[in-house]
Write a protein that binds this ligand. Structure first.
Ligand code: HEC
Length: 213
């Protein structure tokens, strides 16, 4: 007897089932997430990305920052992220809805950057991290991204974005357009808003044991 059609149908059913479970179910759960409107504040969260921030996200991807930095704060019961000051709460799916490419990252050679915008107030600090990481953290192995800056002749006054670093007399070191957008993107990384779903309390291990799980 030729079992070919049955094997084919069986394999097809298996693939269709996996696809439904892995893709469709998640698309149904997360793909339809919308911003949360806060009536008290009169605005929605997360905030849409302005153009310069979206351009900065592509610079972040191009330069491979995700090789060393993650962008996902883990729950307090799943690691020390919150204790380390990487965020006030765990990341949730809604945090990422405006992102063209979600940059969860590969390794944690450096700190998680999901809330780095809340850790630094001035663009100057971010420029310093990119221009000379060793000055911010002498032992860090973060590479310097000097090509994101250029030396320009000072005409009239120094640029307000000029870095506080050595430059030949009459010249200044200023961020290029790529550096400006990358820093606008870093400053925008700030998930401090508490959505209804971020208030969900996870049962701790003890509680789960008591319930017999
Ligand atoms: C080879 C790994 C590596 C790469 C690639 C890298 N970083 Fe870093 N970065 C680090 C390390 C390590 C630190 C932490 C240094 C310390 O505090 O000791 C750091 C720190 C930082 C900080 C400060 C974070 C904080 O919480 O204070 C920022 C901002 C940052 N990096 C941005 C970037 C950006 C943007 C890129 C891509 C252009 C990038 N990094 C690429 C390793 C890396």
């Amino acid at each position: 007897m030729n079992r070919g059609p049955y094997i084919f149908l069986g394999a097809f059913a298996l693939l269709a089932f996996s696809w439904t479970a892995a893709i469709l179910a998640n698309q149904h759960g997360y793909g339809t997430l919308t911003p949360h409107y806060d009536a008290m504040e009169g605005k929605s969260f997360p905030a849409p990305q302005p153009g310069i921030v979206a351009r900065g996200a592509t610079v972040y991807t191009d330069l491979g920052c995700a090789a060393c930095h993650t962008q996902q704060v883990h729950r307090a019961d799943l690691g020390g992220d919150i204790a380390r000051g990487w965020g006030e709460r765990a990341s949730v799916a809604r945090d990422y809805i405006f992102e063209e490419t979600v940059q969860l990252g590969h390794n944690r050679v450096g700190p998680d950057l999901r809330n780095v915008g809340a850790r630094y107030e001035n663009a100057a600090d971010f420029y310093q991290w990119l221009y000379a990481p060793a000055q911010m953290a002498p032992d860090s192995n973060m590479p310097a991204y000097r090509f994101l800056f250029e030396e320009t002749e000072i005409v009239g006054e120094r640029s307000k974005d000029a870095l506080d670093v050595q430059a030949p007399a009459g010249y200044q070191v200023v961020p290029t357009e790529r550096a400006r957008s990358l820093v606008a993107y870093l400053a925008h990384l700030n998930d401090t808003y508490a959505y209804p779903e971020t208030n969900y309390v996870y049962p701790d291990d003890e509680g789960a044991e008591e319930e017999g799980h």
